[in-house]
Design a protein around this ligand. Sequence first.
Ligand SMILES: C[S@@+](CC[C@H](N)C(=O)[O-])C[C@H]1O[C@@H](n2cnc3c(N)ncnc32)[C@H](O)[C@@H]1O
Length: 264
Amino acid sequence: MGTVSVPDQLDPDVCRSLIHSYRIGKRAPIKFTRSQMTSQHHSNRRPHNWLIYDIADTFLQKYAPYYDGVLYDLGCGEAPYRAFFLLYADRYVGVDWAGSYHETKADIAADLNGSLPIESSVADTVVSLSVMEHLREPQIMLNEAYRILKPGRTMILQVPFMWAVHEAPHDYYRYTCYGLQHMFSKAGFVDVKVEATTGFWAMWTLKFNYQSARLIRGPWPIQRLMSALMRVIWAIDQRLARWLDKRWKGEQETAGYFVVAKKP
Ligand SMILES: C[S@@+](CC[C@H](N)C(=O)[O-])C[C@H]1O[C@@H](n2cnc3c(N)ncnc32)[C@H](O)[C@@H]1O
């Protein structure tokens, strides 16, 4: 297999043509440098939480063989992964709703708690990242994802588990790996694979970092000082957590899950 180097600017057209020219068999693996990693420009990425974005990048890159044809991103938000997915897929369609707290870049405005204004069996890939916890009717979203997928194609979903309530009041559920297995199977998916994103140490470190970030308050010189100090601690603890997770992952207390599932 050949490899492809990606230019610094993730211009989808340039990157796609590069990949096509290097394709051996169906896909050529892409080597990403740090600045090209998929979440580098995510608007929520901060000094205290980059670890969870780096981990998600690793999963998203690992699942690259599944991105293909027309890719629907359910709950796309600001569509931070659009350019990345377009390295592999031909078309990207973002779906989000009018009630979003984000400046969404949706192509289709729709509430994922109900039926989608999308025809059946049109998607080659469906992705949904950090969305299912925000849905009152998550099973409906999975049923609809299944309906819009073409047979034999794949859905990739990421959802938090040990994670603080966010985007309140639209934060309704947390799921165990067994709950996810059950719900995907109920929707009709097969070959459902659930993977923990972190072990205990990264989960715990991220919780500590979020809490310490919340504690940076008071007059601005104090804030500046605390912030400088905490940045050093965050830089060390996230590296240490990654190292510890490699040695003892302890997946029962993961920060979240990725799910890969196929429509038969
Ligand atoms: C945490 S953000 C994740 C955004 C994006 N997927 C990402 O990874 O950056 C959750 C997204 O789900 C969307 N969302 C929440 N409830 C929704 C609903 N009922 N229908 C459609 N989108 C919804 C929000 O608007 C928001 O864009």
